[in-house]
Ligand binder design. Structure first.
Ligand code: 48F
Length: 259
């Protein structure tokens, strides 16, 4: 075999550019590759939508990998087991209403299934701002995480989307930046992000699903960022709410993107 390094490089560059072109006009851009974003993306891609996930770290999976304090299992309540089944992730029953999931299996399983369904995930890629037109979010402003890390003065590029999702977890990075930079009234009781509260798992798990919604025209929140945006409690290493939030979001966005 006559192996040429330039062919290896061409294969990488051509395929990356093709993925990038597909992302430029996405149906939905989900910022954050944690459990809620991966689940929402996976369900939507299965229905044929063009879904892009931006993940600023090297590995998607967000807060799954660390389990609880580095102990490698997480807990799912019975109501959310159907989502695990839909993504082919094994679990084992624990007590009456809970299931234990190996966090490595959980993170890798969600990532693998989402990408198999066609979700276009860009790692090392950060959303640093939003595109806004006539009172509506119309896309994202994107840069390499490495540029950000090195504080280099490199301009970003943009992706358009029918809807953008803040799935950035505790940081609520997208909504926070949007609210700080613009004189906008969010769909929250105060019109601003309200800040996350201390731990109260049961209330938190319900609220995370209730507060999965459109927070500004074209901008949605899911997962843990709903707590920071709507003043919800935190829940710790129980993950059913994240899965159900992602599933609810997929339903909302299917409606929004089909209009
Ligand atoms: O935090 P994360 O896992 O989000 P989630 O889906 O799930 C929360 C749970 O993991 C856990 C919990 C609560 O106790 O159950 O916290 O709400 O994943 C968020 C992802 O977003 C990425 C970040 O690296 C992480 O992987 N992220 C954050 N800001 C940006 C971003 C950004 N500006 N651009 C791209 N990715």
């Amino acid at each position: 075999m006559n192996m040429r390094e330039i062919d290896i490089t061409r294969g990488i560059v051509e395929n990356h550019i093709e993925s990038l072109y597909r992302a430029l006009e996405s149906d939905v851009v989900i910022v954050g590759g944690g459990p809620s974003g991966l689940v929402a993306g996976g369900y939507l891609a299965q229905k044929g939508f063009n879904i892009t996930i931006l993940e600023k770290r090297l590995s998607p999976g967000g807060g799954i990998w660390g389990g609880g304090m580095g102990y490698k299992y997480v807990i799912i309540q019975e109501e959310a087991k159907g989502v695990l089944d839909d993504f082919g992730i094994p679990c084992r029953p624990y007590k009456d209403n809970y299931f234990c999931v190996d966090s490595i299996n959980f993170a890798s399983g969600l990532i693998f299934e989402a990408t198999k369904r066609g979700v276009n995930i860009f790692n090392l890629t950060e959303c640093e701002d939003l595109l806004v037109r006539d009172g509506r979010v119309t896309g994202v402003v994107v840069n390499s995480s490495l540029t950000q890390l090195a504080h280099l003065p490199v301009d970003p590029i943009t992706f358009e989307a029918k809807a953008v999702v803040d799935a950035t977890g505790h940081d609520h990075d997208v909504v926070r930046t949007f609210s700080n930079k613009n004189d906008v009234k969010l769909n929250t009781p105060t019109g601003k992000p309200m800040g996350e509260r201390s731990m109260f798992a049961e209330t938190a798990e319900q609220a995370v699903v209730t507060n999965t919604k459109e927070v500004y025209p074209g901008l949605f929140v899911c997962g843990m960022s709903t707590a920071a945006v709507y003043g919800g409690f935190r829940m710790g290493p129980i993950f059913g709410g994240m899965l159900l939030s992602g599933k609810k979001l997929a339903g909302l966005l299917e409606e929004c993107c089909s209009r």
